[in-house]
Design a protein around this ligand. Structure first.
Ligand code: ACO
Length: 328
């Protein structure tokens, strides 16, 4: 088969209307705005309504994308939904998105790679396009972390927010496109950041509910220690794959986990902090949705220009990590 280049054609995002600030959290948790902001860079997050599942957030993002970049829904060949907060165990949330947007010719699947989900999905979409198998792929990264948090646990509840992004990848007809990709996993440490119950290993029971085992459990210090070298490793690998240097990169858009992690990676790599885009202040960690939301904000702020080299990179539960290098 002939080989093609995959290009990011359009990106859009959606966050729920309701904002929850650190001051709001002070009313229900033994915490403070100062503690949260200094440790994480987070000031506020958006919280979805009870009747607004992850699919609904994703569909809002897709509708915005289609308003900006008209594409007939029936021309979409594949919808990938990276998410850790699917509407249901099955069918895939991607099926619900497909029905809502009328993409009747699209194949669909969800992708489980936690905060690295966007990069895994982008790399998968690009591979399908490069092989000639599909022409138009929609990546709908959507998360409702508010539904899987223990709101009495200050060590995790303050870190996450809800939101979605939609990214359309198509065959490239110019010099733009995905130049290189990298991804990896260290499954041996999966219990440092996980949801212990609710799957087949430990189905939901009265006891798991009482012990809040269907919520996010995290060893924060371990996550931090693993994230920094893995971010560096995947950034260096994707640069090597494209035979580029860090100086060639106009902007790095990392998964918005924590501003201290991002700053530690910048320091470790001796790269100016300004080269790493951050908007975590307004959204907290929206897991797989964060990079798409950040791309939209970076574009709105004029930080990405045509022909720029943009490096997208993520680390998350699994542990999993990955990067995508894009000529914009
Ligand atoms: N408010 C006030 N105090 C708090 C809070 C809070 N929200 N949370 C924890 N504390 C307390 C702890 O109980 C502890 O108190 P103690 O000393 O009396 O026991 C103290 O603060 C210090 O706790 P540490 O966990 O050591 O705090 P640390 O400085 O490591 O910061 C943090 C915690 C922010 C979670 C940090 O470990 C971190 O950034 N880890 C990375 C986690 C992360 O980003 N996860 C996101 C998901 S993974 C991903 O997206 C890649």
């Amino acid at each position: 088969m002939e080989r093609y280049t995959a290009s990011i054609r359009a990106v859009a995002s959606y966050v729920p209307k309701r904002t929850m600030t650190n001051r709001d959290l002070e009313k229900t948790l033994d915490t403070s705005h100062e503690w949260i902001y200094e440790r994480t860079g987070i000031a506020a997050r958006h919280i979805a309504a009870e009747d607004e599942p992850a699919s609904a957030l994703g569909v809002r993002a897709v509708r915005d994308l289609m308003a900006k970049h008209p594409i007939a829904p029936e021309d979409i060949d594949l919808i990938i939904v990276p998410t850790s907060t699917p509407d249901m165990v099955f069918p895939a949330t991607a099926c619900i998105v497909q029905a809502a947007i009328g993409a009747r010719n699209a194949a669909t699947f969800d992708l489980s790679a936690a905060c690295t989900g966007y990069i895994y999905a982008l790399n998968t979409a690009a591979t399908f396009i490069e092989s000639g198998f599909y022409r138009n792929v929609l990546v709908v990264a959507t998360e409702k972390y508010s539904s899987i948090l223990d709101w009495t646990d200050r060590t995790t509840a303050v870190l996450f927010g809800d939101g979605a992004s939609a990214t359309l990848l198509t065959r490239s007809s110019d010099a733009s496109g995905i130049l290189a990709m990298d991804s990896g996993t260290d499954g041996g440490k999966c219990e440092q950041l996980y949801i212990p119950a609710g799957g087949s290993r430990s189905p939901v029971t009265k006891e798991t509910v009482e012990k809040k085992l269907s919520t996010v459990h995290m060893k924060g210090t371990e996550v931090f220690k693993n994230a920094v070298p893995r971010f560096r490793q995947t950034i260096e690998r994707v640069l090597a794959a494209a035979k580029c240097s860090i100086d060639d990169i106009a902007l790095i858009i990392p998964h918005q986990a924590n501003v201290r992690i991002i700053n530690a990676v910048a320091k470790d790599m001796k790269v100016p902090q300004e080269k790493f885009f951050s908007n975590i202040e307004h959204y907290a960690n929206t897991s797989s949705a964060s990079i798409g939301i950040a791309i939209v904000d970076a574009l709105a702020q004029g930080k990405i220009k045509k022909n720029d080299l943009v490096l997208l990179t993520a680390f998350g539960a699994g542990y999993s990590w990955g990067s995508t290098l894009v000529r914009w």
